[in-house]
Design a protein. Structure first.
Length: 246
């Protein structure tokens, strides 16, 4: 065998070995549905909103993304005077406080002092692919920690090409809003938010992208600054009125 042939053989062998190793690592990283549920379900909590008289309004779900910090859909919190959360298997109900919100994206963050649960790793929604496995975990209809499995069915984008919804065949029902949509590695792909209830539409379920969670603090601060400027202009209209020449 000539030197060039040996070099070609070695290069091909190393390339094949690298491909084999990368495939084995990818397979090792993928969790079974049972393993995934055991890993991330302690971080998917039940949300209950109450009116001014302490009567229940809406039940939903939320996901722990940092110590004492949970994210959910803003529509779950609509009209609420008080918000309570509870971890499955624990009788203790904990008070939650709204700290960040982006109503346009239907994404809100709750602070729960003393909440003890592992935070879930945020995946990259932009790297999601149609056909990959997806798992939804939430509290549909009050049935605590229900797991459903499916695929990423489509990636819905706006006219600017920005990802706005992840469509999935993993079943979602009322009470799942704010729950987690996870990939095979247990990373959060999105927050489950919409399920079709029309009689002629089946298995159409959607989640908002997890990438939005990273952008929430910045967008919240920008919205507050804009609201503050608008309030200042409204309270002192002469300051914002254009000067007129004589």
């Amino acid at each position: 065998m000539t030197l060039s042939a040996r070099q070609g053989f070695c290069a091909s062998f190393l390339a094949g070995l690298c491909l084999l190793l990368s495939t084995q690592l990818a397979l090792a990283a993928a969790l079974t549905p049972a393993e995934l549920f055991a890993r991330v379900s302690p971080s998917v909590w039940r949300v209950q909103t109450l009116d001014g008289d302490g009567l229940p309004l809406v039940q939903g779900s939320a996901v722990v993304v940092a110590s004492g910090q949970l994210v959910t859909n803003c529509h779950v919190l609509a009209r609420a005077k008080r918000v309570q959360v509870r971890r499955d298997g624990q009788a203790k109900v904990m008070a939650a406080k709204l700290v960040l919100w982006d109503v346009q994206r239907d994404l809100c963050q709750l602070e729960v002092p003393g909440a003890v649960a592992p935070s879930v790793p945020l995946g990259s929604s932009s790297a999601a692919a149609v056909g990959q496995p997806a798992y939804a975990i939430g509290h549909p209809k009050g049935l605590d920690l229900t797991l459903s499995a499916g695929l990423v069915s489509s990636l819905r984008r706006n006219s600017a090409g920005q990802l706005v919804l992840i469509q999935t065949s993993a079943a979602i029902s009322g009470g799942s809003s704010g729950g987690g949509l996870f990939n095979e590695e247990g990373e959060l792909l999105g927050l489950t938010t919409i399920a079709s209830i029309a009689g002629d539409a089946q298995n159409l379920n959607f989640a908002i992208p997890a990438d939005w969670i990273r952008e929430l603090p910045r967008r919240h601060a920008a919205a507050l600054a804009l609201a503050s400027s608008a309030a200042a202009a409204a309270s002192n209209p002469s300051a914002s009125a254009p000067a007129t020449g004589r």
